[in-house]
Design a protein around this ligand. Sequence first.
Ligand code: SF4
Ligand SMILES: [Zn+2]
Ligand SMILES: [Zn+2]
Length: 301
Amino acid sequence: MIGCSRCDRRAVIFQRHSNRHLCKRHFIEDFERRIKLAVRKFKMIEKNDRIAIALSGGKDSVTLTYTLAKLYEKRRDLELFAITIDEGISNYRPPTVEIARKVAEQLGIEHVVVSFEENFGMTLDEMVKRGDKKPCTYCGVFRKYLLNRTAREMGATKLATGHNLDDETQTILLNFLNADMERMARLVPQRVQEGLIMRIKPFRYIYEKEVVVYGLLHNLPMDFEECPYSYFPVRASVRDFLYEFENKYPGRKFSVMNSFEKLIPCLREMYPQIDLNRCERCGEPTPKKVCQACKLLEELG
Ligand code: SF4
Ligand SMILES: [Zn+2]
Ligand SMILES: [Zn+2]
């Protein structure tokens, strides 16, 4: 038996970045400490917040919903609710929508399911057949649109997503490799913009592997199915590179995140907040005259 580095119990995980074996209790303590650290550092949760959680039903969002409920249920000034977007991806999305329903019900959290079909008159599968754009383009634009609109209409002050340290460091590195600093600036936490609900990422200091272990230790449903449209060859290379690098030199994902956070003041200066317009067609916030969702809908006829 491998023992915990902090007590006599059996270890459930080896944290390469801290070079420690941790038992269930000490791992959970450390996991939740880093969430609270991120929340405090970026003022993700403030007094009287009403937080919408983007709950897809995948492992990250399920664990996020559970953790936020556990850590903040005693705060009477806070409210949590969950939004699930059903894009309409046959065979892939229906089981995760069911997981989301069950998780929200078990945690006693208000939950709404919003579908592409009801709001745009067609599922993602149909969009892909009709249009010439990549599935993820339609999916990303319409999902963000519905999440933001639903969160705002339901009175949310923040929108929490399950992006973890692995997701974030991949995106940071990708933006560097593409020399896309404008996109990088969009990763800056708490970039408040008119009409947009502020996004928060409480898992920004949590490795993906830790999300899985935490979920399994709490018997949460862990869905590992991959979307049939998932095709990100460049991101996959960056992911593999970071994985190997982290394996050889543990803790480097934290270094990437640290470097990014040191750049935040520069990014804020280089790309200051812009005043958003209201889309001429749907009224949603957009930097242009017509929002991206309305443009795509026009193309799709
Ligand atoms: S991989 Fe699937 S779920 Fe993810 S953005 Fe693309 S189409 Fe949407
Ligand atoms: Zn221990
Ligand atoms: Zn619009």
